[in-house]
Design a protein around this ligand. Structure first.
Ligand code: ADP
Ligand code: MG
Length: 288
């Protein structure tokens, strides 16, 4: 209970200004995942099957942050990559706006569904300034734009995020901090005004003080731009801070799910209870 009280206090402090946490049930579903299963196979003759995701179903509403929480190896990234169409499911169905995700052409789909990955540096080429991937983001749009037009949009996006474009544009990745890089990636994903953002451990490479600003940025996008987020983390404290609903994963299965408050304050599954016991405070230095 001590941990829960501390969590609650932290959230009150940090979450000030974000009052719109309560889910509006009447809101429509954006993403629906039904009976998703993924096997990885290895070997040629005696093939071995590894069940990474085992019959998982959940849905994400419009303007909702849905968190997948579980220890390493529980299948979270596999689900994220399947939703991003980077990986094909073995079986199951995924709908976006009521349509099978494979019925969209790739460009259209990736305009609607964008990603922010764990390691922001991996998304940038060290030989180029960070302007290049920002301009490249526009390739997914139908309409061609001039460099000047693109620059305007990029600048406006940074300004909206409370970042000074002059301190960012024209820089090389090594000149920027992990936290700045991660926020640039969020800005990049948002250039396209996606409907869904898949954020896979987006704060794991940033320091504790920046972590909160990354989470706050996602909350702002959710509320002001009606963005939906599939937030993947092994850290229950972050899920509690940012999430509307939460699903706890263990060995490829969802063992418990519901409103964040319900799952965290009235956990039913022993695995969830254990996770709650081992929650690190949000401000504590990251334990890797
Ligand atoms: P998480 O993101 O929760 O750590 P992953 O989705 O990365 O989990 O992995 C789920 C399981 O699938 C793990 O046991 C992992 O070892 C396995 N796995 C992940 N990617 C591959 C792959 N490309 N080939 C074989 N097994 C994989
Ligand atoms: Mg992962």
């Amino acid at each position: 209970m001590k941990i829960l009280r501390r969590l609650l206090k932290e959230r009150e402090l940090l979450n000030a200004g974000f009052t719109n946490k309560i889910i509006q049930n009447e809101m429509g579903k954006l993403l629906e995942i039904e009976n998703l299963t993924k096997f990885y196979t290895s070997g040629y003759i005696l093939t071995e099957k590894k069940v990474a995701v085992d019959n998982v179903s959940f849905s994400i509403k419009k303007s909702e942050v849905f968190c997948l929480v579980g220890e390493s190896g529980s299948g979270k990234t596999t689900i994220g990559n399947i939703v991003l169409r980077l990986l094909k499911p073995t079986s199951g169905k995924i709908l976006l706006d009521g349509r099978d995700i494979y019925s969209y052409d790739k460009k259209t789909y990736w305009r609607k569904v964008q990603a922010v990955f764990q390691d922001p540096y991996s998304s940038f080429n060290f030989f180029y300034t960070i302007d290049k991937p920002l301009h490249d983001a526009f390739h997914l749009l139908e309409k061609r734009s001039s460099r000047e037009e693109r620059k305007k949009v990029i600048k406006a996006t940074f300004e909206k995020m409370g970042m000074n474009p002059d301190e960012i544009m024209g820089r090389y990745p090594h000149q920027l901090s992990g936290g700045q890089m991660q926020r640039i990636l969020i800005a990049r994903s948002f250039i396209l005004h996606p409907e869904l953002l898949v954020a896979d451990e987006p704060t794991s490479m940033v320091d504790a003080s920046t972590r909160v600003s990354v989470l706050n940025e996602l909350l702002r996008l959710k509320e002001q731009e009606k963005l939906s987020v599939l937030f993947i983390t092994h850290d229950l404290a972050q899920a509690y801070y940012i999430g509307d609903r939460i699903a706890i994963m263990q060995k490829g299965k969802i063992v418990e799910s519901g409103l964040v408050e319900e799952v965290i304050f009235e956990p039913k599954h022993p695995y969830t209870k254990n996770l709650i016991k081992s929650v690190p405070p949000l401000h504590e230095k990251w334990k890797l």
